[in-house]
Design a protein around this ligand. Structure first.
Ligand SMILES: *[C@@H]1O[C@H](CO)[C@@H](O)[C@H](O)[C@H]1NC(C)=O
Ligand SMILES: *[C@@H]1O[C@H](CO)[C@@H](O)[C@H](O)[C@H]1NC(C)=O
Ligand SMILES: *[C@@H]1O[C@H](CO)[C@@H](O)[C@H](O)[C@H]1NC(C)=O
Ligand SMILES: CC(=O)N[C@H]1CO[C@H](CO)[C@@H](O)[C@@H]1O
Length: 833
């Protein structure tokens, strides 16, 4: 409880700090404090591996023009075709046995592990920062998986100081080489200032065969010491570091082969042949490769540190002991923070089981946080292509133009498959992140809200900024279109944040409460009083209100459905007068088989599609948006607006019942005009996630008799209940498991989570292990919670990762692997529910 309040206060703080700059009404003293807080946020989140798509790739946050961009690659250079297995971008094709963060927090650091059998390498990368976040170290530590297998770990570090092309001043150059292997660079950029970057070995043996006089097979090609190449590469090509490396080394190989046509080259010299050298006599530039080739026939492996220190800092990270200390401190600190927010009770589990479940949960959360990236660049938008809404065929977006640059601070669904911002996923990510670090969740939310277009109110469904991000996206998904919507989950998350804040304002409006809360907290950012903060919350809401209103109106207008088509039918049914004509919606852009905008692509819809179709989930999402607007109006004390939204919310709720509830099917359904008889309202009923959405989004009145029916449906093992979670589509549905089988049975964490959350809302008793009768709801809640956790955990143990979804047949992981986007909501379920 104390933690919850503490977090709320932090929420006020962050809301407040965003507002403060715009607010002239505050005294200078306060301004100083708030700036200090903002400085803290900026500093603690400045450096992290924000290149989500890389196994390990860094760039600083909100450094737009002259970031230092860095990445790490590796391969086995004792293998002739080793270059093919050069690891760089996280991709399932690499078939690593395991990769990801065991412990991670972008404010602090973490530990990432790679098990790469093809390269015979067990690699650990530690990332740590100084306490103020300005200087940092990366420790690269590797061991052979099997020392009896001859192999090397050829590790390639690359980095570039961007901006030099434009300002001529940003640069990074080698200034010192201590012995053959320890390198020191001096860098400068307008935004970063001056810094040192050092690369220093701790232990390890370079590949060497003492039988040879030298390992150097050509001038500069020598694997027995660190290779370094500096050259100029345009900023926007830096992300192609792997391709450039491969082609430079391939050219070098060709050159070597030509010159030594007759000589028989022993296998031991291959690692030298596969090192980078300056074949073309490039002039040094801002781009650097540093390659180290370690012999993996020794069990102890190797270790080296990459350290960045700002120059004006008086102290710097200088020794390996300091780094070791920082690593220990960071890992302990993250573990402690984690335990502050989540608890793992013993229950029927043994102690070991509890401990390993906790480890699993920490890893899942770490990988969600480890996906957080900072993206900067242009996006492709097609504003010309018109949608012929009677066609229902796939519309090609061929009139794309680049817009921007924009920037986005976001987490991603999966580093290997989807390393970019997804509107539909992000709200779910925030529901998890806010339980660990409310401020961080808010930073992400605020960044997304910045993307709301001022004129139109639109936000793209996927935010793909720049070439690097685009390189991972199939062409047909690269271009965004301002007619296309997606479930507004960000407002779901915002609504959750506001609910807690409003609870605070309403319950603890008086100043006397604050003392108690601040006692024992030493943070200097915890000194403000709550009254002031709630005013400031209002200020932030005031600032964002016009933008959100635009977004809200855009959604309502662009996805508005046609109600007049139903006039006669509903008159005959005698309910026409009771329908709220303005609150009917459909997803624009569906095809015969798919409704991508709904987020549940192939979930069955009306067949054939009809222009008059109305989608129950689209209406439910408008309900969520409206509730969120209502809450903001409440915070702003805009009583009239609040009442207006309350009315719209009520209308949505009534329409859900009057238009979309099928008495015959006991279920919420899409509706359409019966293709055989256009005097009849057709209920398009497919029991599954879409029919559950009004429940999952808490839009059914608490006293509605329909609740019971929804619970019965969720509890029915012949339909959607399973040993592994709720199925997306009922086993009895004619489309169950058919065709693409994406949202036609597989179990998804996001909707399961909403359902559990809704059960806690409708039936507060379900969480009490002892009290009350063992009603259906309680049984459902307890068994669903257990089944979900057990299965995701079991799959992680067996398959090594979290998955995009899970098989309704045996629960195994399906869809994208290493999917710690919304699947990471399992952490809340395990540690909080
Ligand atoms: C923090 O970063 C944001 C985003 O770049 C910037 O607008 C703001 O001025 C910074 N604030 C401080 C105090 O550094
Ligand atoms: C990888 O190395 C770490 C650290 O030495 C060790 O704990 C772990 O068991 C190793 N993993 C494998 C699969 O060998
Ligand atoms: C799923 O829940 C049911 C009902 O509570 C229970 O009998 C079963 O053991 C659970 N299965 C798993 C895999 O946890
Ligand atoms: C190890 C460490 O924390 N090093 C320093 C990083 O830089 C700041 C100053 O900006 C120092 O205070 C830290 O001690």
């Amino acid at each position: 409880m104390f933690n919850a309040k503490y977090k709320l206060l932090k929420a006020f703080w962050i809301l407040a700090n965003i507002v403060i700059l715009a607010s002239a009404t505050l005294s200078n003293g306060k301004l100083g404090e708030f700036e200090e807080y903002q400085k803290f946020t900026n500093e603690s989140l400045l450096w992290a591996p924000y290149r989500s798509n890389c196994y390990f790739g860094m760039r600083p946050r909100y450094v737009r023009d002259s970031p230092l961009v860095l990445g790490i690659m590796w391969f086995n250079s004792l293998s002739q075709d080793g270059l093919h297995s050069l690891r760089h971008f996280a991709t399932p094709q690499d078939k690593l046995q395991k990769y990801g963060w065991e412990v991670y927090d972008p404010r602090i650091g973490g530990k990432e592990v790679f098990i790469d059998e093809k390269n015979n390498l067990n690699l650990t990368i530690y990332f740590v920062k100084s306490k103020n976040g300005e200087n940092w170290s990366v420790r690269v530590q590797g061991q052979p998986l099997d020392p009896k297998k001859p192999s090397t770990a050829s590790v390639v570090l690359y980095f570039n100081q961007n901006g030099g092309e434009i300002d001529g001043k940003s640069s990074v150059a080698m200034i010192d080489r201590e012995g053959p292997n320890d390198l020191r660079f001096l860098g400068y950029s307008e935004e970063l200032g001056e810094y040192h970057l050092t690369v220093k070995d701790n232990y390890g043996h370079y590949f060497n065969n003492p039988a040879y006089e030298t390992m150097e097979v050509a001038p500069g090609s020598d694997c027995s010491k660190t290779s370094h190449l500096s050259l100029q590469i345009p900023d926007n090509e830096v992300w192609k570091a792997r391709d450039v490396f491969q082609s430079l080394v391939s050219d070098s190989i060709r050159d070597i082969l030509e010159k030594e046509k007759t000589k028989q080259r022993p296998a031991d010299l291959i690692p030298s042949v596969l090192t980078i050298r300056n074949l073309y006599n490039f002039n040094p530039g801002n781009f650097h490769y540093v390659q180290k080739t370690f012999d993996l026939s020794r069990k102890e492996g190797f270790e080296f540190d990459i350290t960045y220190n700002k120059l004006e800092t008086t102290q710097s990270i200088s020794t390996k002991e300091q780094i070791t200390e920082l690593i220990t401190w960071s890992l302990n600190e993250i573990n402690a923070r984690f335990d502050k927010h989540f608890s793992f009770t013993k229950g029927p589990d043994s102690i070991e089981n509890v401990e390993i479940k906790r480890r699993f949960a920490l890893e899942a959360l770490s990988n969600l946080l480890g996906g957080i990236g900072y993206f900067h660049g242009k996006q492709l938008v097609d504003r010309e292509t018109e949608f012929d809404e009677s066609q229902f065929t796939e519309i090609k977006l061929l009139n794309a133009k680049e817009e921007g640059p924009f920037e986005l601070f976001t987490s991603v669904p999966s580093r290997g498959f989807f390393p970019r911002g997804f509107y539909w996923d992000e709200g779910f990510h925030l529901l998890q992140i806010m339980e660990y670090d409310f401020d961080l969740a808010f930073e992400i939310l605020a960044s997304w809200f910045e993307m709301i277009e001022d004129d139109s109110g639109w936000i793209a469904r996927e935010i793909i900024l720049g070439d690097e991000a685009r390189s991972k996206v199939p062409q047909e998904f690269q271009v965004q279109n301002p007619n296309i919507a997606n479930p507004p989950t960000l407002l779901l998350a915002f609504s959750e944040m506001l609910s807690r804040a409003i609870e605070q304002i309403d319950d603890f409006g008086s100043g006397s409460y604050k003392q108690e809360m601040f006692n024992g907290r030493t943070s200097k950012f915890m000194t403000n009083n709550l009254e002031e903060n709630s005013d400031l919350l209002a200020e932030y809401a005031k600032k964002i209100y016009p933008k959100l209103l635009k977004h809200y109106s855009w959604f309502k207008e662009s996805q508005a459905g046609l109600i007049d088509e139903y006039a006669e039918i509903l008159e005959d049914e005698g309910i026409w007068d009771k329908i709220h004509k303005n609150e009917v919606y459909k997803w624009v852009g569906r095809t015969f088989t798919h409704c991508l905008p709904s987020g549940m692509d192939d979930y069955p819809r009306a067949q054939p599609p009809d222009i008059a179709e109305l989608n129950v989930d689209a209406l439910a999402w408008v309900g969520v948006m409206t509730r969120s607007m209502k809450q903001i109006a409440h915070v702003l004390k805009l009583t009239e607006d609040e009442e207006r939204y309350a009315q719209i919310e009520q209308n949505v709720i009534e329409n859900l019942d009057r238009l979309h509830w099928s008495e015959k099917d006991n279920c919420y359904c899409d509706i359409s005009i019966d293709p055989e008889d256009d005097d009849v309202r057709e209920f398009v009923c497919h029991e599954g996630y879409i029919s559950l959405l009004p429940f999952a989004l808490k839009l059914i009145p608490k006293d509605s008799p329909k609740l019971e029916k929804v619970v019965a449906l969720m509890s029915d093992p012949r339909k959607i209940f399973s040993e592994y979670g709720l199925l997306s589509l009922s086993r009895q549905d004619e489309y169950f498991g058919k065709d693409e089988n994406y949202w036609r049975g597989p179990i998804w964490m996001n909707i399961n989570y909403l359902c559990l959350d809704a059960m806690r809302y409708y039936y507060p008793d379900v969480i009490l292990e002892m009290a009350g009768d063992d009603g259906t709801a309680k049984k459902l809640y307890q068994s669903l919670k257990t089944n979900l956790s057990n299965n995701v955990y079991r799959v992680w143990k067996e398959q090594g990762y979290c998955y995009e979804n899970y098989s309704p047949v045996d629960g195994h992981g399906t869809g994208a692997e290493h999917f710690t986007g919304w699947t990471a909501l399992i952490v809340n379920i395990l540690g909080r529910y």
